[in-house]
Write a protein that binds this ligand. Structure first.
Ligand SMILES: Nc1ncnc2c1ncn2[C@@H]1O[C@H](COP(=O)(O)OP(=O)(O)OP(=O)(O)O)[C@@H](O)[C@H]1O
Ligand SMILES: [Mg+2]
Length: 260
């Protein structure tokens, strides 16, 4: 595995997860090479978000291993992620409704951030200097996303595509090595889609991206490598062209039995 160790930032090996008695992930092995955009696609309910939950420690696998930066991850707590250089956007938006866009993004730079659900005991125990540093970084991230002008607005005051951009800024603010994006194009229009594609490509190779997305045009144009999940198993992987023409993939999306 020494070759694989040097080219992959993230490796999942034979991950199994059972939830409520159902086998949600059934031996999932996925490789995410350094500095590329890797896609994770599959029909609704395939287990994509669960893969993200395993990587980020929200769900504990029953067996199998996760290796990040050549270290096996064990007992990962969500608040370790920022320190490890892993950042995640949630399916949907997941912004805190009572905080402004800027405050939401500042939270992304803080080790206090957990799953997108405000912890009951949440307080912002930052010193003035930390707060100022976070504010500057958060404004830069909002600027990178082209939404600095909404910094002081509440999420509910913003159209959905802008909320998604604020959520992306929140993921970027800690300068992550690995970005896990769960359906960033969901609810986003065609004009913003082109922006999103440009943005994602601008992050590599400095950053590594693992992208869950249903929008096939975006996936096929933005990804270097794609893994396809269906019913908790990897059914195909390869370049966009390889995956696009794979009979098992076509069958999974059509809801049919394998046609090969
Ligand atoms: N806590 C849970 N308990 C029981 N089943 C769960 C739980 N969480 C998810 N599931 C089930 O696991 C399966 C995979 O869910 P997951 O959210 O990972 O799919 P997904 O590929 O992200 O789907 P989508 O494209 O719709 O977001 C689904 O059938 C879902 O209903
Ligand atoms: Mg999902």
């Amino acid at each position: 595995m020494s070759d694989a160790d040097s080219i992959n930032l993230l490796e999942l090996d034979e991950i199994k997860v059972k939830l409520s008695g159902l086998q949600i992930l059934d031996g999932v092995t996925i490789r995410v090479p350094h500095g590329l955009v890797t896609g994770l696609i599959g029909p609704n309910g395939a287990g994509k978000t669960t893969v993200f939950n395993v990587i980020s420690g929200f769900v504990k696998q029953d067996s199998g291993s996760v290796t990040y930066d050549d270290k096996r991850l064990k007992h990962i707590k969500a608040h370790h992620l920022t320190k490890m250089g892993i950042s995640r956007t949630l399916q949907g938006v997941g912004l805190f409704s009572t905080l402004t866009a800027l405050e939401n993004v500042m939270l992304g730079g803080s080790a206090q951030v957990r799953s997108g659900i405000l912890s009951q005991s949440f307080a912002m125990p930052w010193t003035d200097v930390e707060t100022e540093r976070l504010r500057i970084a958060a404004m830069a991230a909002l600027e990178e996303m082209g939404v600095a002008d909404v910094a002081n607005r509440l999420p509910s005051e913003l159209p959905y595509p802008l909320q998604k951009k604020v959520a992306l800024a929140r993921a970027l603010v800690c300068d992550p090595k690995l970005l896990l994006l769960d359906e960033p194009a969901g609810g986003v229009g065609a004009a913003d889609m082109a922006d999103l594609e440009r943005l994602i490509r601008s992050w590599v190779p400095q950053r590594t991206v693992l992208l869950v997305e249903h929008h096939m045009e975006l996936v096929m144009s933005v990804c270097d490598l794609i893994w396809v999940l269906d019913a908790g198993k990897v059914i195909a992987w390869g370049t966009p062209d390889e995956v696009r023409n794979d009979p098992a993939v076509l069958a999974a999306y059509l809801g049919e039995d394998g046609a090969a």
